[in-house]
Design a protein around this ligand. Structure first.
Ligand code: ZN
Length: 411
């Protein structure tokens, strides 16, 4: 499972805000989550079933609207050849708008896999699974260990998989004296070493075979976990991904759960840390003479176009559109960035053409600045990161116009 980029998540968040506001007059908005392996013919037959069930709905308006939504869904399903890798979300329903109600259709492939097939009919769209995807934080390796036993698990989004339970073969210490006591303790240490080695090997193998592992957490009661980590029982590649070693009371499945609960803050910090690091890197370049930094929409666009950008930092606050405009009276054509597309559509009719001075300008094309920058970045292999406004660094970015770039080189 790949962690969706900050750009994808940002767009999804925006889309979610729009969809959350949609309300039907009654229980008449249909939501459908189709997993990749679901047979479309099964979905269609269920829709047919729901359609005939809907004839029992008392309110004539609701009945009509539910049935229209189901019809649209069945039509759409016919056009789909196969369900995309991550599944398909279909949201269809009649939304009141002004005097006329309008049927609205949203179809999307989510950034992460849909696990369960869901049919839902309500006065709002059912968006919880998408909301959960936004909270998705990738895959983490989990290990709880003490001298008694150990458990290895994986955290995938919100789901915890227990992968391996390992029991100790270390004999218990009990009081004997003299020579045999020392020999016995020596045996215990050998057994403990073998046991830790076994845990290390299992855990390392599991974690190293997990694609897109974002980090590893180790927990357990007492000092054994630190000993285990410090003595190098984990593979060095796994050690590079070690995020934290924390206390838990247990070393079984419950201990794994404790580990995740304790790490919640750590995960949040990680997201924020990445953003902070990026902005700080930029700031570090800005203060240098001829540093590898650029800021402001125009400048960043210029550097993107010549392939000089490594990473674009764009604040989630930036909501603007890049428009292509032209004059109907002469051959003038240009581009303009505007904050509100709606306001600009109204304003442009009275704006004078810079060439012939007639009020005959019009918008031919537009796209959001984020989309524009992403396309430019893709063309030259640059990265784009959306930066939240929650941190001090996020605020600093706004002071630089909300758009900045770390450069590969300074042309
Ligand atoms: Zn003109």
């Amino acid at each position: 499972m790949t962690k969706a980029s900050s750009v994808v998540l940002h767009k999804l968040k925006k889309e979610l805000e729009i969809l959350e506001a949609k309300k039907g007059r009654g229980t008449e908005l249909v939501t459908l989550y189709i997993p990749h392996d679901k047979q479309l013919s099964d979905v269609t037959s269920q829709m047919r079933e729901e359609y005939s069930q809907a004839s029992n709905i008392k309110s004539a308006r609701t009945r009509k609207n539910v049935q229209s939504a189901l019809e649209v869904i069945m039509q759409r399903l016919k056009l789909i050849k196969s369900v995309p890798e991550n599944g398909l979300v279909l949201l269809v329903g009649t939304i009141p708008s002004g005097i006329k109600d309008k049927i609205e259709v949203y179809m999307m492939e989510p950034p992460e896999q849909i696990m369960t097939y869901t049919y839902h009919c309500d006065s709002t769209f059912y968006l919880d699974p998408i909301r959960d995807m936004l909270e998705e934080k990738g895959t983490y390796g989990l290990l709880v260990v003490d001298r008694g036993d150990a458990t290895v698990g994986l955290l995938k989004g919100k789901r915890i998989d227990i992968v391996k339970r390992i029991n100790s073969t270390v004999p218990r210490k009990h009081g004997r004296g003299g020579q045999s006591q020392r020999r016995f303790e020596r045996l215990i240490e050998i057994a403990a070493h073998e046991y830790f080695k076994r845990i290390g090997e299992h855990a390392s193998e599991i974690f190293r075979n997990t694609p897109d592992l974002r980090g590893v957490l180790v927990g357990g009661p007492g000092p054994t976990k630190e000993f285990f980590v410090d003595e190098g029982y984990l593979h060095h590649e796994v050690m590079k991904k070690l995020i934290d070693v924390v206390d838990t009371s247990y070393t079984d499945d419950f201990g794994i759960r404790e580990l995740v609960d304790n790490a919640k803050e750590t995960f949040k910090d990680l997201e924020v840390t990445k953003e902070k690091d990026l902005v700080q890197r930029f700031m570090g370049e800005v203060v240098k003479d001829h540093g590898l930094a650029a800021y402001g929409e125009k400048e960043v666009r210029k550097y993107l176009q010549i392939g000089a950008v490594d990473t674009v930092l764009i604040s989630e606050e930036v909501e603007s559109f890049r428009t292509a405009i032209s004059c109907a009276n002469c051959d003038y054509a240009g581009n303009k960035t505007v904050r509100s597309l709606k306001a600009y559509e109204e304003a442009i009719s009275s704006e004078a053409c810079p060439k012939c001075f007639e009020s005959s300008l019009g918008i031919d094309k537009f796209k959001s600045t984020l989309d524009e920058f992403q396309e430019l970045a893709e063309a030259t292999g640059a990265k784009v990161e959306v930066i939240s406004i929650e941190t001090e660094e996020g605020q600093q970015l706004i002071a630089f116009g909300g758009i900045a770039a770390i450069l590969r080189f300074r042309p």
